[in-house]
Design a protein around this ligand. Structure first.
Ligand code: CMC
Length: 434
């Protein structure tokens, strides 16, 4: 089960004819890795892998993905089962601790998370420094990073208790912070969390509740929200998680590391895709324009891509997208929603899934394609989509950060490069420069 005790080797011969043996390490499932840690000291060569398409950056026990088979496991449990039978905080406990909680453990975990849902009252003043039209992800980057300025008693990464408290604080406060970003943008008062509600309900309440009226919770929407959170909870070493690990590898405090993860998630090739999907659907405008959009996405002279299609790892249906697709149809049916953009989405899904270009390149709709549609149907503004992804992914980021800190082999992440710039040359005085 562990990566230690390897006895297989790969043999590499460099251009001088020098042969070295590189240990092959097996995981519990999935591809083995060639251990190149001694490559530089033994041969003077680095490996070269921009985009890390063949590079394992760490050992992890949290999440397993088989992109060809469309399999996603958290701590050995299939995402389909977790999304169907679990709830978000149970899955969070599993991801963080390695096992599903028993009743007592679950109650304790829920209590610890709900205990931390409010943000320091002084933090509310922080918001007033932002423009009303600030993007929620900009606010999240700033406010989450600023948590280190408010919670000094949980920034010592060498103390396991402080690491745990920081984890609870981040998981608990993220929905509050995200909802506050929304409330600020629409000029409504912040809503304090209601700890009698579950995690997803509480988020909806803080988003859509107002002090002068009773908020009517829709169980269908709360369930769909919870499922969206589960499906985004962790996804092994993606760009934002790797960013969190790299930031954390220098010993930075957890709030700074998660803020770095939020920044990385924001991009449209990653978490920003759910927002980009809706923008793209808006640009396409109507069902009869779908064909043109697909044509443009295939045109190598155009930079246009179908947002919400394709994945670096999944070359089969993204298992999260399958669950999301089902939830999407359930939510639309339940709410009886008629929205021309949703018709465009359904048409795009149909056309792309039958198109040779997409079939041959194994470009299937990913989780962000459907999550954007569901969130829109639920009345969540587009600019909040990535913030919702961030709040759910916080569990994964925190678990991966903790796993890294607790790994005795942990050292600062420091990739090398292939240098193709100028070689050394003498300084030229200003008056002699052409
Ligand atoms: N539309 C049109 N063509 C595409 C698309 C797309 N969405 N995605 C990939 N391709 C083509 C690409 O042009 C290339 O074609 P060719 O082999 O002819 O040059 C081929 O498919 C392989 O693409 P790639 O860029 O090498 O693949 P990648 O693994 O580097 O990129 C990706 C993966 C997710 C960044 C990319 O598919 C993409 O940009 N998708 C749209 C954005 C998106 O939905 N991102 C969310 C990903 S899931 C959630 C998350 O990670 O946060």
């Amino acid at each position: 089960m562990t990566a230690k005790g390897a006895n297989k080797v790969a043999t590499l011969t460099d251009p001088t004819g020098k042969t070295i043996q590189l240990p092959i390490i097996d995981g519990s499932i999935g591809p083995s890795v060639i251990d190149v840690r001694k490559l530089y000291s033994d041969t003077g060569h680095f490996t070269y892998d921009p985009g890390y398409t063949s590079t394992g950056s760490c050992e992890s026990k949290i999440t397993y993905i088989d992109g060809d088979q469309g399999i996603l496991l958290h701590r050995g449990y299939a995402i389909e089962e977790l999304a169907d039978k679990g709830d978000f905080l149970e899955v969070a406990y599993l991801i963080l601790n390695g096992e599903l909680p028993n009743k007592e453990q679950k109650a304790g975990f829920v209590k610890n998370v709900t205990y931390h849902t409010m943000v320091h009252e002084q933090m509310t003043q922080f918001w007033r420094g932002f423009r009303r039209d600030a993007h929620p992800m900009a606010v999240m980057c700033g406010v989450v990073g600023a948590m280190a300025a408010f919670y000094h008693d949980s920034t010592n990464i060498s103390d396991p208790r402080q690491r745990k408290i920081a984890s609870y604080r981040l998981i608990a406060k993220m929905p509050t912070i995200a909802a506050m970003a929304y409330k600020y943008s629409v000029g409504q008062p912040f809503m304090y969390p209601q700890n009698k509600l579950n995690y997803a309900e509480n988020f909806l309440y803080m988003m859509f509740g107002i002090p002068c009226e009773e908020y009517k919770m829709s169980p269908v929407l709360a369930k769909a929200m919870d499922r969206i959170f589960i499906l985004h909870a962790d996804h092994e070493q993606n760009a934002s998680t790797s960013t969190v690990r790299l930031a954390g590898s220098s010993g930075a405090n957890p709030f700074a590391c998660i803020a770095a993860g939020i920044a990385s998630l924001w991009g449209p090739a990653h978490g920003g895709a759910n927002e980009a999907v809706l923008e793209m659907l808006g640009e396409i405008g109507s069902k009869d324009k779908v064909g043109d959009a697909v044509k443009r996405a295939k045109d190598k002279d155009s930079s246009f891509r179908l947002m919400g299609f394709g994945h670096r790892v999944y070359k089969n249906f993204d298992p999260r997208a399958k669950i999301m697709q089902k939830t999407c149809h359930e939510v639309l049916g339940e709410l009886g929603i008629k929205d021309p953009l949703l018709d465009v989405a359904m048409e795009l899904e149909k056309v792309a899934l039958q198109d040779d270009y997409f079939v041959q390149r194994k470009l299937y709709p990913n989780v962000d394609f459907y999550s954007g549609i569901i969130l829109k149907a639920m009345g969540i503004p587009t600019s909040m989509f990535t913030a919702i992804f961030a709040l759910a992914r916080t569990v994964g980021w925190v678990a991966q950060w903790r796993e890294m800190i607790e790994d005795p082999q942990q050292k600062i992440g420091r990739p090398r490069q292939l240098y193709t710039g100028q070689t050394q040359r003498p300084y030229v005085a200003l008056e002699k420069r052409g």
